[in-house]
Write a protein that binds this ligand. Structure first.
Ligand code: S3P
Length: 171
């Protein structure tokens, strides 16, 4: 088994689930946004403001291309699965889980988050439209969809562990 990627909309729980999964599977965990912030020495809103969204998207692709070749868990940013190139890299190098949360749950978590420029600059309607637009890309990227509604983090983690063990020989 190689990498485990978590994809899904902002606020679907990729980072929280990724950290717990890291304990359960005894694999290192990386949060892509945090890695990019560290590499650039700037926050995500600063990168968006200074260099624009396209520049940030290119950093995401570079991260996927160059990240070390080790078995690990990676929580991707919410826009990563939009690019075909990114989906191809992830599918070639690991197993992809789509954390499928409801828009209402997501909205509650992201609406006041100053660290998410897209949430900051959009209305609720716009975010909802983006959420539905992006779903097809998450589904296209993922090997497995994980419904998170009415499930605890532990239940979500246990389900992913079960699927990883089941698919171990195949990836
Ligand atoms: C983004 C999601 C964020 C971060 C950036 C852009 C997006 O990551 O990469 O703000 O386009 O959905 P999270 O999904 O971790 O919030």
């Amino acid at each position: 088994m190689r990498k485990i990627y978590l994809v899904g909309f902002m606020g679907c729980g990729k980072s929280v689930v990724g950290r717990q999964l890291s304990y359960a599977l005894r694999l290192p965990f990386y949060d892509m946004d945090k890695e990019i912030v560290r590499q650039q020495g700037m926050s995500i809103p600063e990168i968006f403001e200074k260099f624009g969204e396209e520049y940030f998207r290119n950093l995401e692709t570079e991260f996927l291309k160059n990240f070390r070749d080790e078995a690990c868990i990676i929580a991707t940013g919410g826009g990563v699965a939009m690019r075909q190139e990114n989906r191809q890299i992830m599918r070639r190098t690991g197993l992809i889980f789509f954390l499928d949360a409801s828009f209402e749950d997501i909205y509650k978590r992201i609406k006041n988050d100053k660290n998410r420029p897209i949430a900051q600059r959009s209305t609720k309607k716009e975010l909802e439209r983006l959420y539905y637009y992006r779903r097809k890309f998450y589904k296209r990227a993922a090997h497995i969809r994980v419904f998170t509604k009415d499930r605890t983090i532990r239940q979500v983690v246990n389900y992913i562990v079960f699927q990883v063990n089941r698919l171990k020989g195949e990836c």
